[in-house]
Write a protein that binds this ligand. Structure first.
Ligand code: B12
Ligand code: SF4
Ligand code: SF4
Length: 304
């Protein structure tokens, strides 16, 4: 049986920052919280969130027994708001993590198949496959849920991206599930969220979140949300910037996530003009999802 040390060694060699193993099952408490979240329609227009396979790894990979979860640390410098340009959220300044993860997962699965001498034993995921990724990461002992609903990795904090795979292999996590320090009485993220989207500890109403309106939603940004945007043109980092678990952390050294590998930190009116004329600049970056007209709408709402 493959050990966690062997798995971690391979994961780190491929560029991930940590890895954990867990069973291919979703805890009942997460399934319940997810169903409640859907029932009150906090997912808004994100209809892909209604896919109940999120709670059933066997729908993703029949016969799945274990899950391996990977952590990618991406923190970029925290910068000040600027009235002439909008800030791009930290995760989106470099290359698109979906692409970065897809390449690494492919290589990891080839390695796993070689090691086990079996084919078709794993199915990778990163964000777009219906999987409750944070719940699996917590179950794998990689960290715990913050009140902002994000995974707080025990070493890297919240500026981490998740990916993973289900496998039919039996794998065991020898790490003892120590009782980890949690948020305690802190509630900085709840107090700092400009749109009050963290409606209660661990519960985010996506329809109030800047990230939903500036990345995902195809509709006009509602006036009451526009007015509360302090200056983001894509995504939002406030509930992470204020988190003490992210304080005094070095920026990520992963080249792909560096601002110089992608769109950069700020987008000004002139930069938008350049993007309008050369939309291919967005290819391979997370902003391609929003396209130039989406960014222009947000820029207008920011009076850029
Ligand atoms: C839908 C989605 C969004 C939506 C909704 C956010 C949300 N919280 O659900 C929107 C568009 C708003 C969004 C925004 C962002 N997202 Co997003 N998103 C997702 C996605 C696709 C699904 C998340 C999900 O399952 N939501 C369903 C609800 C029910 O889950 P939940 O809110 O996490 O609730 C859980 C906990 O709160 C817990 N819980 C409930 N009650 C209680 C009580 C206690 C006591 C405890 C301990 C736990 C607990 O149970 C629930 C189920 O597990 C995941 C990728 C994936 N496939 O998992 C990425 C993901 C969560 N997003 C990610 C990122 C980076 C972001 C942004 C930071 C991007 C940005 N800079 O703008 C913001 C952060 C906003 C925020 N505070 O959540 C990363 C987070 C990595 C991490 N370290 O956690 C993910 C994992 C993508 C990835 N592959 O890396 N996102
Ligand atoms: S990403 Fe921004 S708007 Fe969304 S919950 Fe966090 S602080 Fe609030
Ligand atoms: S800011 Fe405080 S309450 Fe919010 S996730 Fe971080 S430690 Fe938890």
């Amino acid at each position: 049986m493959l050990s966690l040390d062997e798995i971690k060694e391979k994961a780190l060699a491929l560029g991930f920052d940590d890895a954990g193993i867990t069973s291919a099952t979703i805890p009942l408490s997460d399934i319940k919280a997810y169903e409640e979240w859907l029932n009150v329609k906090w997912h808004g227009d994100l209809t892909y969130m209604e896919n109940q396979s999120r709670c059933h790894p066997e729908h993703i990979l029949p016969g799945a027994k274990s899950a391996i979860i990977f952590i990618s640390y991406y923190k970029q410098p925290k910068v000040d708001f600027n009235k002439n340009s909008g800030i791009v959220a930290s995760y989106a300044r470099g290359r698109d993590y979906h692409h970065v993860h897809r390449k690494r997962l492919k290589k990891f699965i080839i390695w796993l198949e070689e090691k086990s001498g079996q084919k078709g034993i794993a199915k990778g995921f990163s964000d777009s496959t219906p999987v409750l990724e944070k719940a699996l990461a917590v179950q794998a002992g990689l960290g715990w849920f913050g009140k902002n609903s994000l995974l707080i990795h025990r070493r890297f904090g919240t500026f981490t991206l998740l990916s993973g795979l289900f496998t039919t292999l039996e794998l065991k996590n020898p790490v003892m599930q120590l009782s980890l320090a949690k948020c305690g009485s802190c509630q900085r993220c709840i107090d700092a969220c400009p749109t009050s989207a963290i409606v209660a500890p661990y519960k985010v109403n996506a329809t109030l979140c800047l990230s939903y309106h500036l990345i995902e939603s195809k509709k006009e940004i509602p006036k009451n949300i526009q007015e509360k945007n302090p200056g983001f043109i894509f995504g939002c980092d406030i509930c992470q910037d204020v988190c003490p678990h992210n304080a005094r952390k070095e920026d990520s050294k992963t080249v792909e996530f560096n601002a110089s590998s992608g769109i950069g930190t700020y987008i000004s009116k002139d930069r938008l003009k350049e993007l309008e004329n050369n939309p291919e600049i967005l290819f391979g970056t997370p902003l391609q999802r929003r396209k130039v007209d989406g960014l222009q709408k947000t820029a207008l709402s920011l009076n850029l």
